[in-house]
Design a binder for this molecule. Structure first.
Ligand code: G16
Ligand code: MG
Length: 219
């Protein structure tokens, strides 16, 4: 009895949202745009390009293609600087144990992230070797809510979408999983992630033996 377990990165495995927020806020300020926490919520799971497009839209600002590229690079440099000190202690509560339990049960594990920085981040966290397949922002052309990232992950693992389970913290990511026909488990607030099949605040809030429950669950 096996399923493909697919994990989002930012907001599920590690709380990088706060660093994305700081980096985007500085970037927005450099363009004379005020960027709020609420707006940052809407950028969760959204690719770098689409995030900048949205910020410009909210700020009613247009820039040339050249400046757009510069600003993207600037944001990423800032972000990389902020995450320099990430280590094992930054793995979100319960995640490490959950991954080890899956390994113990011989279940296939994949990463499905929009981030182009996913691989170096997993290395910093010391858990890259736990993933059988990694699909990130450098491997896909269509961003969440498009299901491409998750479909690619499950097919690389050799599983059908309906035998796959996605762990997501973003609305766009939950929608991507649902569109793919996968079981969607939301990590975060129930009222925001109401489209998910089930929602928990953290992995530590999952009931005893939840992996077995999932293995017997159908979409
Ligand atoms: C993450 C974050 C997004 C971020 C995106 C791109 O996706 O949730 O906020 O904009 O990656 O990241 P980068 O600029 O590092 O390429 P996910 O899918 O891991 O939640
Ligand atoms: Mg996320």
């Amino acid at each position: 009895n096996k399923k493909a377990f697919i994990f989002d990165l930012d907001g599920v495995i590690v709380d990088t949202a706060k660093f994305h927020f700081i980096a985007w806020q500085r970037l927005a300020a450099s363009l004379g745009i005020n960027f709020t926490h609420e707006e940052n919520e809407q950028l969760k799971g959204v690719s770098r390009v689409n995030s900048l497009k949205k910020i410009l839209e909210w700020g009613n600002k247009t820039i040339t293609a050249e400046v757009f590229q510069e600003k993207m690079d600037q944001k990423n440099e800032e972000y990389l600087d902020l995450i320099k000190t990430l280590d094992t202690s930054d793995i979100m509560p319960g995640v490490h144990n959950f991954l080890l339990e899956l390994k113990d049960k011989n279940q296939p594990i994949a990463l499905g992230s929009a981030s182009k920085n996913a691989r170096p981040i997993l290395e910093k966290l010391g858990i890259k070797n736990l993933f059988d397949v990694i699909v990130d922002g450098t491997n896909v052309t269509k961003a969440k809510p498009d299901p491409e990232v998750f479909l690619s992950a499950c097919s690389q693992l050799g599983y059908h979408a309906h035998d796959s389970i996605v762990f997501e913290d973003s609305v766009a990511g939950v929608q991507a999983a649902n569109t793919a026909g996968m079981i969607s488990i939301g990590l975060g607030e129930k009222d925001i992630l109401h489209e998910a099949d089930e929602v928990f605040n953290h992995f530590t809030d999952m009931p005893e033996d939840y992996i077995n429950t999932l293995l017997n669950k159908n979409k």
